[in-house]
Ligand binder design. Structure first.
Ligand SMILES: [Zn+2]
Length: 210
């Protein structure tokens, strides 16, 4: 699931022939965040009512790497400018009621590079209709009697805050030596200085810590 609001949001109007986007209200905050990595193509408000775009009020357009266009409308304020690079989760602006809008919400619209509207619910990975959705929260470190866990990671490498960890089949971060594909990796067996227990230790050829 992708999101344009943190934690929890409500879809108040679905996408269809008479409504080219999804109307979404943030329930745990009013920041509108980018659901994708991309580049800001527009950040504007059109006040000339001869131009239909005035209906969007304060709006931001972000294009992804494939040229898909994402529009976020009716903002009370905008936090980015054209040319800015944004990452998933970056703040784009604040939900509002500008343009042709009856109550604070975000009209979220997605178009192809050829300017053809597509179903934004599909992009977010939710049903196309009214409903309330909770965004899965980021995993956190959790200490168990067996060792450290990080969400539900199993049999996987994971880089967390710039450090590498290996999670075994039980989901426990490995400590001490581990052989993977014939190569030995060393993980801290206890915390010291800035090193977290179980983080991959970077060593030089002679095994000394770097
Ligand atoms: Zn709308």
């Amino acid at each position: 699931m992708k999101t344009i609001f943190r934690e929890k949001f409500k879809v108040t109007q679905g996408y269809g022939p008479v409504h080219g986007g999804l109307d979404i209200v943030g329930l745990c905050g009013t920041d509108i965040i980018s659901p994708i990595d991309g580049v800001v193509k527009s950040s504007a408000i059109i006040t000339d009512k001869n131009n239909l775009t005035w209906e969007w009020g304060n709006y931001v357009r972000v294009d992804d790497g494939e040229g898909m266009r994402y529009f976020f409308c009716h903002m009370s304020s905008r936090s980015v400018k054209a040319g800015d690079k944004v990452k998933t989760g970056d703040k784009l602006g604040v939900m509002g009621n500008t343009g042709l809008s009856y109550g604070a919400h975000c009209h979220f619209e997605v178009r192809t590079g050829g300017n053809i509207r597509v179903n934004p619910a599909k992009i977010l990975g939710i049903p196309n209709g009214c409903g309330t959705y909770t965004v899965e929260s980021a995993p956190k470190w959790e200490k168990t009697s067996e060792g450290w866990r990080y969400g539900s990671l199993k049999n996987a490498w994971k880089q967390i805050n710039g450090r590498w960890y290996w999670f075994d089949g039980r989901g426990i971060a490995v400590t001490g030596p581990l052989v993977v594909n014939g190569k030995t990796f060393w993980f801290a067996s206890k915390p010291f200085h800035e090193v977290k227990e179980c983080q991959l230790l970077m060593t030089d050829e002679s095994g000394a810590l770097r």
